[in-house]
Design a binder for this molecule. Structure first.
Ligand SMILES: [Zn+2]
Length: 530
């Protein structure tokens, strides 16, 4: 509050002037917002007003020197529709001005001919390690979120990354790891720990009443610790009953948290089909009023992806709060030793051994190597998604882009964690003309921010290029941006992403990674009880 009063004093508008009237109006709004917070409301209104006042304080001043100025770039902001050459002034981690006037900065970035966009927000990235963050920064990502599988210990997860991260990071309360922990007592610190023999036995079994009690308590603790969402991968927990899923949806509603869900099935065969699985979660959202986000629509829908997109759009028209996402590849990837490969997988997904590629070596599988590697455990790439499905989802203006990237456990892991965003911009926008650039940027910035801003109001200042927003900025060459990571050579940085700033600090400069900087901050929901 102290800072805000100082701002008023400094601006001292003339009595009766339009500026003074605006200030009065904002003061009244501020009071209303604070009252709402004081009465035990969530305080979101107060936050929004404070953010607005922050923006007011950021009006350009003559003779000012900014920390960083991005000059002469084509500024594209999907929220306002701005698409014009502007100069952007950044100080103290925020965008302070967007102007046609030339600006002075301690650092100047010449963005002539380049697009200046809000930094990309990836709502689905399992690789939350320093090496993944480097690949993601080169792909234009400034906020990387593990919302699908999540974690079993939210506080510990954030603490492990604080002050050590290149880009912003966030996590969900994870149903799979918390369920395993509630049933076995074992911690689940990694992706591979979800598929050990002990964990798999739990994944395939229904909960007892006592275990359900422990699971509920764990999810609530995670949400109280500021988890951004509740994550579920029902495909991986075939023992979870429909009743258990409904319970989990109710918990998310209690904390205004979205659910990011990997569906129960992705099978083409009835009755345990992907369509039935989509119906299950649409019904659960309708029954509970939950905010539902369906993970990777293409690997769930396969050849029925266009019908899935229509089901989701239809549910939305009927008032269900539902969104989805996709990555731009014709293959999925997961652990070979997970429930996804339980008996009958060839019929379910209409694929066979040669469609599976072992991530550690890149070899295509045979019945013999399948059996051996399934016992051993590890990541496999599954060539199963039709190009028409990918194109339908990538081109749809309402579907977010999210990588579903994986920890780098081998030289032939899926390329999606390294190249998703540049592939959409280079291949699908520029080469294929499947969608226009502004629509693509909206799918990578504004839509993901909007998914999370009810739960975490800090996202109102992300995914936008406007005064007062966090200075997470991606500057790229629209004529050159492209993914370089392939199934054969997946560990390649994307090209054409020229500058990336996280909270105002360059992490990619002239296309090169900046060493030794850790400007990434936690993206976390408010913790009213802490
Ligand atoms: Zn998934």
């Amino acid at each position: 509050m102290f800072v805000i009063e100082l701002v008023y004093a400094a601006r001292a508008p003339e009595v009766g002037s339009p500026v003074e009237n605006t200030v009065k109006k904002r003061r009244r709004m501020k009071l209303r917002g604070l009252r709402a917070a004081g009465l035990g409301g969530v305080g979101i209104e107060a936050f929004a007003v404070l953010a607005m006042l922050g923006a007011l304080a950021c009006a350009p001043a003559h003779g000012q020197t900014y920390d960083v100025v991005i000059s002469h770039g084509i500024v594209m902001d999907p929220e306002s529709g701005l698409d014009a050459v502007r100069n952007v002034g950044i100080s103290n981690g925020r965008i302070r001005t967007i102007s046609t006037a030339s600006l002075t900065g301690k650092r100047d970035i010449d963005a002539r001919g380049l697009v200046v966009a809000p930094g990309f927000i990836d709502v689905h990235e399992h690789g939350q390690e320093p090496r993944n963050y480097q690949f993601q920064a080169h792909d234009g990502v400034t906020t990387s979120l593990e919302l699908e599988l999540g974690t079993d210990d939210v506080d510990k997860w954030y603490a492990a990354r604080e002050g050590k991260s290149l880009i912003n990071f966030g996590v969900s309360a994870g149903h799979i790891p918390m369920r395993i922990r509630a049933m076995t007592g074992q911690e689940v610190p990694s992706l591979s720990a979800m598929n050990t023999p002990v964990a798999e036995a739990a994944n395939h079994r229904e909960l007892t009443a006592e275990e359900l009690g422990r699971l509920r308590a764990a999810i609530e603790t995670g949400l109280q610790e500021g988890a951004l969402a509740e994550g579920m991968g029902i495909n991986y927990t075939p023992g979870a009953s429909h009743w258990e899923i409904l319970e989990m949806f109710r918990l998310a509603v209690k904390y205004h948290a979205p659910l990011q869900v990997h569906l129960r099935y992705s099978s083409l065969l009835e009755p345990q089909s992907g369509a039935a699985a989509l119906e299950e979660v649409i019904a659960a959202a309708a029954v509970t009023g939950a905010q539902l986000h369906v993970a990777h629509i293409t690997s769930m829908g396969l050849k029925y992806t266009p019908q899935f997109i229509e089901m989701i759009a239809g549910a939305r028209r009927q008032g269900v709060d539902i969104t989805t996402e996709c990555y731009p590849y014709t293959a999925s990837s997961t652990n070979l030793n997970s429930a996804v490969f339980d008996e009958g997988w060839q019929q379910r997904y209409d694929i066979t051994y040669k469609d599976l590629q072992w991530a550690e070596t890149g070899e295509r599988l045979t019945p013999e190597s399948f059996a051996r590697y399934r016992r051993q455990g590890g990541l496999v790439v599954i060539h199963e998604i039709p190009e028409a499905a990918v194109r339908a989802a990538v081109a749809d203006p309402s579907i977010m882009i999210a990588s579903d990237g994986l920890p780098i456990t081998g030289p032939k892991i899926h390329p999606r964690g390294q190249g998703t965003f540049s592939r959409v911009l280079g291949h699908y926008v520029r080469e294929e003309k499947a969608l226009d650039l502004m629509t693509a940027l909206r799918k990578m910035t504004l839509l993901p921010a909007q998914l999370l801003e009810k739960r975490a109001p800090s996202f109102r200042n992300k995914g936008r290029l406007r005064v007062g927003a966090d200075a997470d900025v991606t500057v790229f060459d629209p004529s050159r941006v492209i993914d370089k990571a392939t199934f054969e050579e997946p560990l390649q940085y994307s090209a054409g992403i020229v500058f990336v700033l996280v909270n105002g600090v360059p992490v990619v400069k002239d296309g090169q990674l900046v060493e030794g900087v850790y400007p990434g901050r936690e993206a976390r929901a408010p913790m009213p009880h802490k």
